[in-house]
Design a protein around this ligand. Structure first.
Ligand code: GAR
Length: 199
């Protein structure tokens, strides 16, 4: 059984895709042992609660310094003792210590085809705004391992999505979620749970 912790910051639609994937048997051999948010107002926390999953909010605002926040975050993770950490719309720079402790055991979903539109400053809607500004005709999503860089870790899975005439960032974001993110993130977890080699 693969025990996973999902880290979130916002709406949590990717978290929902994981919850549903486990329930429907699309993600096999996996248990969500906890959800951690850095944001008190994240709707993702409600989704976790509705699904009966232990949910924790660890906000930097409640700590004197970044170091203290990092320590509290790492402590919570250690208590949950996950085999895999899934960053599902988690908009926090991870402490280096966390990457060291959980090397090759942290994955992230990014809403573009890496190496396009990724790295510092590219998150959420900004990614889709940049794709539309550049005028690409195809975008998509990427699941990758997390290393010390921003969106630089080994790629696990990608899926392409068409950009259509008249797309707004919001419309494109939704299509990328529906046609790519909510499919490849559960699939990647399922593969990892089965110890399949991910190239
Ligand atoms: C998703 O589109 C995810 O790919 C993106 O944030 C959104 C979170 O939505 N992540 C990043 O941009 C990370 N660089 P959600 O809370 O509904 O899953």
């Amino acid at each position: 059984m693969l025990n996973i912790v999902v880290c979130v910051s916002g709406g949590g639609t990717n978290l929902q895709a994981i919850i549903d994937g486990v329930k429907e048997g699309k993600i096999r051999n996996t248990k969500i042992v906890g959800v951690i948010s850095n944001n008190t107002g994240a709707y993702a926390l409600q989704r976790a609660e509705d699904a009966g999953i232990p949910a924790f909010c660890i906000s930097p605002k409640n700590f004197e310094s970044r170091e203290e926040f990092n320590e509290a975050f790492l402590k919570q993770l250690k208590e949950l003792n996950p085999d895999l950490i899934v960053l599902a719309g988690f908009l926090v720079i991870l402490p280096e210590k966390m990457i060291e402790v959980y090397r090759d055991r942290i994955i992230n979903i990014h809403p573009s085809l890496i190496p396009s539109f990724c790295g510092t400053g590219y998150y959420g809607l900004k990614v889709h705004e940049a794709a539309l500004t550049r005028g690409v005709k195809v975008t998509g999503a990427t699941v990758h391992y997390v290393d010390e860089g921003t969106d630089t870790g080994r790629i696990i899975m990608q899926k392409a999505v068409d950009v259509l005439e008249g797309d707004t960032p919001e419309v494109l974001q939704r299509r990328v979620m529906e046609q790519a993110e909510w499919i490849i993130l559960p699939k990647a977890i399922d593969q990892i749970a089965f110890g399949q080699r991910v190239k």
